[in-house]
Design a protein around this ligand. Structure first.
Ligand code: VGL
Ligand code: ZN
Length: 258
């Protein structure tokens, strides 16, 4: 039950009973809506996904997402933001700042945007190179102005460590540190997580895979997501379904939440 006196506390509504030697607990589902990286740079800025191979229009996610925010009473709403420092490891123009591993197939001279290199370190690290994007406190990292922002929502910032990229909204790519999302979902006793946004085959996909690994009932919203590469979008869908996730269009969500 939602406690009006404390925004952060939701008492778990549950029903316990015995069946043979087993104790069974039925809980009321608690829903979280996670809107991933609907930021200017991915829509019309430096990492405009319409310039990528799938040639999708990121702005198309805004209308169905706003409709969900208006019509569905989620228990919690989160907006994630890709939030990089200027010297971030994923920016191709920062490639000269760090050392590549001898096993890297590409060098500073031969690597192009969207290629993957291997940085040196105790454990050599694969990294895809992106155009400079979503730099902290710039126009490119702002949420799109047409996206509806709910008062009660929580913003989650990721990719803030210059040395490691972060596709999932739960953890960075090396799983060194978690974001505030992990704790907030636990605090709210969330059981179900509805995920959508940009980019389908990068941050949305990685977030869904982590949500499933933690054990959340995970629902990917197909019509509220746009991606970089068609083949990778298909791979994302296959992986989510293989891990017992669900992929639906947003018109089904209201009936699932209420
Ligand atoms: C993303 C590429 C680089 C995303 C973030 O939000 O999907 N993609 N950084
Ligand atoms: Zn990024």
């Amino acid at each position: 039950v939602f406690d009006k006196n404390n925004d952060n506390f939701i008492d778990r509504e549950e029903f316990t009973f015995c069946w043979n030697h087993w104790i069974k607990i039925i809980v009321r589902p608690i829903s979280a809506f996670l809107i991933v990286d609907v930021q200017n740079d991915f829509i019309s800025g430096t990492l405009n996904i319409s310039n990528c191979s799938a040639q999708q229009n990121g702005a198309e996610v805004i209308e169905p997402i706003n409709r969900l925010l208006d019509t569905v009473n989620f228990d919690a709403v989160f907006y994630s933001l890709d939030w990089h420092p200027s010297d971030h490891i994923s920016f191709i123009d920062n490639l000269h700042m760090r050392e590549l591993d001898p096993s890297s197939p590409l060098t500073v001279e031969t690597a192009n945007t969207y290629d993957t290199v291997i940085f040196s370190g105790p454990t050599p690290m694969k990294q895809r190179l992106w155009p400079r994007h979503c730099v902290q406190d710039t126009w490119g990292s702002e949420l799109h102005q047409d996206l509806k922002i709910l008062e009660k929502a929580i913003k989650v910032y990721k990719g803030t460590n210059p040395e490691v990229d972060s596709y999932s909204v739960f953890w960075d790519n090396k799983k060194l540190t978690d974001t505030t999302l992990c704790g907030q979902l636990r605090l709210k006793n969330a059981t179900d997580i509805y995920i959508c946004g940009l980019a389908y085959d990068v941050c949305v996909g990685a977030t869904a895979v982590d949500a499933l690994a933690i054990g959340y009932r995970t629902i990917l919203l197909d019509d509220c997501s746009r991606g970089v590469d068609l083949l990778d979008i298909e791979k994302t869908k296959t992986t989510v379904i293989k891990n017992n996730g669900v992929i639906v269009n947003s018109n089904h969500v209201k009936a699932m939440v209420e």
